[in-house]
Design a binder for this molecule. Structure first.
Ligand code: FEO
Length: 403
């Protein structure tokens, strides 16, 4: 018989049948992945426990929470009750507490992928009782069976999902997650706007480069024809009401998603590039194209990436400085380049005093990012004249025509 556990707000919550949440709600985090990803609504590190005749712990929590995590497991479950550990992914936000846990249960087996085994070694430099698994391998717990599904590069080489057959819960690790702390646990309990804003931001900023693999993995999951009654990712809210809705969204987002809009991103020293940005926006509006305009120095870059993800066209501008571009424009372009968006068009513009390299520098970076350049760049010297602003509007109209 499984030992009874006491439900508490922080630490342990029964989700469905034998599947329990044993995670951490991090209300205070505002930067994730070092300083790279903004988490306006906090995050959660979801670890799961399948409490059956055998007791399996799936993933742990981020390193700073290791003491509370292990203590809560000891207090509410009993560490000696854990029969095996599954590590779906070795990034520190999920495996960071593993070493501390294993100090207490050093001989218990850890199930992971082949890449996971190498990464556990690389992170912790210790010898554990590792059990390497492949897609389709299973572990019988009694009423439930764990079924492992490798998911390499979603989003690390080691990643896998664990399907709990019996409870019919998919423990999908990072996939289908959101950086979103809430007093609630389930998708039907929270503000849908907040939930999907965090879900699309997460996809845009983390999963965009792996979209082909996302579509292939979704097809593989669908072809398995297993019942999925709940999808429990390792961050944020758990999908229990119509759980496949987020799978449908991922399929849509992975298919070179856009909403037909244009985003104009600019930075400016004395306002000249800003005037051009708004002239371009007026041209786009004249043609009926929904357009948003952002100053890259004053906007959250992860939110801007979400806007780029939703746009069909991206127009980027900067003043010329030292024969190059302003630092905020360079920073967002580097992120855009790395994400390799598909099926979007782009163009560049800028203002200058005496050399005027910025539009060319921006265009080269956009090409590196895989964008088709829709119209020739424009630039204005010193403060834009009436003719320069008219050219900006014409540029916006031409860009609208190329969407
Ligand atoms: Fe890839 Fe949530 O860590």
């Amino acid at each position: 018989m499984a030992k009874e556990v006491k439900e508490v707000f922080f630490g342990v919550k029964q989700l469905k049948d034998d599947v329990w949440w044993v995670g951490v709600k991090d209300w205070e985090i505002r930067r994730f992945h070092g300083e790279e990803y903004t988490t306006h609504r906090g995050s959660t590190y979801n670890s799961y426990l399948v409490r059956d005749e055998k007791l399996a712990l799936v993933d742990t929590v981020w390193t700073p929470f290791h003491a509370d995590f292990v203590q809560e497991l000891e207090r509410t479950v009993g560490l000696d009750r854990i029969d095996l550990v599954v590590i779906n992914h070795t990034e520190q936000d999920h495996a960071g507490s593993l070493a501390y846990l294993m100090e207490r249960i050093p001989d218990k087996p850890i199930y992971c992928t082949k890449n996971g085994a190498a990464l556990i070694k690389g992170h912790f430099h210790r010898d554990y009782n590792l059990k390497v698994v492949k897609t389709g391998d299973t572990v019988d717990l009694g009423r439930n069976k764990l079924v492992f599904i490798e998911a390499p590069m979603l989003h690390w080489p080691d990643t896998m999902f664990t399907y709990v057959a019996g409870a019919n819960v998919l423990l999908s690790n990072d996939a289908f997650g959101q950086h979103y702390a809430s007093p609630f646990f389930f998708n039907d309990q929270v503000d849908q706007g907040e939930l999907f804003q965090e879900a699309i931001k997460y996809y845009a900023n983390i999963l965009t480069p792996f979209s082909k693999l996302v579509r292939a993995k979704i097809k593989e999951l669908v072809d398995m024809k297993v019942p999925v009654e709940m999808i429990a990712p390792s961050h944020g809210i758990i999908w229990r009401e119509n759980p496949l809705q987020i799978v449908g969204k991922y399929d849509e987002w992975a298919a070179d998603y856009h909403e037909g809009s244009v985003v104009v991103l600019y930075d400016t020293m004395w306002g000249a590039t800003r005037k051009l940005a708004w002239a371009i926006a007026r041209g786009l509006e004249k043609k009926g194209v929904p357009v948003k305009v952002f100053n890259t120095a004053r906007s959250d870059h992860n939110d801007l990436i979400t806007e780029v993800f939703k746009a069909k066209g991206v127009v980027v501008g900067s003043s010329t400085i030292n024969r190059g571009i302003l630092s905020s424009t360079a920073a967002i372009l580097e992120t855009i380049r790395g994400l390799q968006f598909k099926n979007k068009v782009a163009a560049s513009f800028g203002s200058y005093g005496w050399s005027g390299e910025s539009p060319g520098v921006i265009e080269a970076k956009l090409r590196e990012g895989g964008f088709a350049i829709a119209v020739e760049p424009i630039k204005a010297q010193w403060d834009p004249s009436e003719q320069d602003l008219a050219a900006g509007e014409a540029f916006g109209e031409a860009f609208a025509g190329a969407l």
